[in-house]
Design a protein around this ligand. Structure first.
Ligand code: PMT
Length: 404
């Protein structure tokens, strides 16, 4: 089952006049790709950074820039917008629009839409660091928060004004999407539960430069973590090195080796109701790690290996009460081999996935898989989007009797 959180939702996107206005165009584009209807309102200053036509072509909707615009003959369009919106997002939110909203000023299209809004409002401030840290801005933000307006904190980094390592950057589009998805999520069936999810591959160092690794991208584990956050769970994501952004709202623990992953899992185990081991943990590692980079001239003829700890087995041996979900990466006899792993590691569920078939599995957005629990195989082997497979796993979890 694919639960697309943005499908059929109406999102009013208010764009104020900052350099990050162009990033709002990317946000609008991604929301439309997720099947949301996006209605854009721009301040006059915002139109100096991005042409309203750009938003119009991305959203396929007329853009409101002026309350008395001939395109909006119905002069109370801002009121109908407030009725239609499932959520109102102000991105970027400049110090000026934050101040206006805090004071209830409605002197243009954007500030009027904010004052008339009936939906949840989320602001995504982006500005120069001194403007952000200014007492007036911080006071205005506190006023907005006290009225229930939600603020996605700006990131630290390089600002348009040239300041390095300063607070005020517009967050990544995925961070804003995650936040909005969470705000709009329909089902909160995992509220009150804590999931410990592992993702990505481990790296086992040979020397400070080289390592033994695998092709895991982390996509599968991150999909589970993100879907669980959306469904109301607390999520602890223990991840090997990936190129992915952790889902907004998850506790993130970054690791490199299998030993580090084991330690992070054990440290966080007690808090968890459920463990989902989607990580591709290296089964073996070099017996010795050189502290210096091994010179070409001193290339070893072979690298001696030794076994890594089996994290799932370590959890099983502890005989805890958690529900334990494993994955099985199989290239043949998928169901038979995965069932053997389910029994050996005393798992509640195993997700058997085919890693031999081209175009699915490692690093792909797709996974050919089947769920197997203690009673046996559930349904047929199917090719899923990893996001859908994640939902399928959580649906199973929601109905699993000991999860109640
Ligand atoms: O990250 P992606 O690119 O999205 O790819 C997803 C995936 C293919 C990595 C994922 O779907 C997957 O199959 N993960 C498990 C990979 C794996 O290690 O499978 P396995 O059959 O070798 O191990 C069985 C289970 O034991 C797994 O849950 C694994 O996390 C766990 N394990 C394995 C070895 C070890 N030393 N400790 C473990 O806990």
């Amino acid at each position: 089952m694919d639960k697309i959180v943005f499908r059929d939702k109406t999102i009013v996107l208010g764009v104020s006049g900052g350099i990050a206005a162009y990033k709002a165009a990317d946000l609008a584009d991604k929301l439309v790709q997720e099947e949301a209807t996006v209605k854009v309102v721009m301040s006059q200053n915002a139109t100096k950074f991005v042409d309203p036509l750009e938003f119009q072509s991305v959203t396929n909707q007329t853009v409101l820039t002026d309350l008395f615009d001939g395109d909006f003959k119905d002069q109370i369009y801002h009121v109908s917008l407030s009725e239609e919106a499932d959520i109102t997002v102000i991105a970027p939110a400049t110090a000026n629009i934050i101040a206006k909203a805090a004071c209830g000023i409605a002197d243009d299209a954007l500030s009027t839409v904010i004052l008339a809004a009936r939906s949840k409002i989320v602001m995504v401030p982006a500005m120069n660091n001194h403007m952000w840290l200014n007492e007036a801005t911080q006071h205005n933000l506190a006023v907005l928060k006290s009225r229930g307006i939600e603020i996605i904190e700006p990131e630290v980094g390089r600002l348009a004004c040239g300041e390095e390592n300063a607070v005020g950057r517009f967050p990544k589009t995925e961070t804003v999407m995650d936040y909005l998805g969470l705000a709009l999520a329909r089902t909160q069936d995992l509220a009150g539960k804590t999931l410990l999810v592992t993702a990505g591959g481990t790296r086992e160092p040979i020397d400070p430069v080289r390592y033994i690794g695998n092709r895991s991208s982390g996509k599968m584990g991150y999909a589970v973590a993100k879907a669980a956050v959306m469904r109301g769970a607390q999520v602890i994501l223990v991840s090997g090195v990936t190129n992915l952004s952790p889902p907004y709202g998850a506790k993130f623990v970054s690791v490199e080796t299998a030993e580090q992953m084991l330690r992070a899992v054990i440290e966080n185990l007690e808090q968890a109701d459920t463990v989902v081991m989607a990580a591709a943990v290296a089964d073996f590692k070099p017996s010795r790690k050189s502290l210096e980079k091994i010179k070409k001239e001193r290339m070893p003829k072979s690298v001696e290996l030794e076994l890594n700890p089996d994290i799932l087995q370590a959890i099983a041996d502890r005989k805890t009460n958690q529900i334990i979900i494993g994955f099985a990466a199989e290239s043949q006899d998928m169901v038979v081999n995965a069932t053997r792993k389910l029994k050996k590691k005393n798992l509640d569920l195993i997700v058997a996935n085919d890693i031999a078939k081209p175009g699915v599995g490692f690093a792909s957005d797709l996974n050919t898989a089947v769920l197997i629990d203690k009673k046996g195989q559930i349904g047929d082997i199917k090719t899923y989007k990893k996001t859908s497979l994640a939902e399928e796993i959580l649906d199973w979890l929601g109905t699993y009797s000991s999860f109640k």
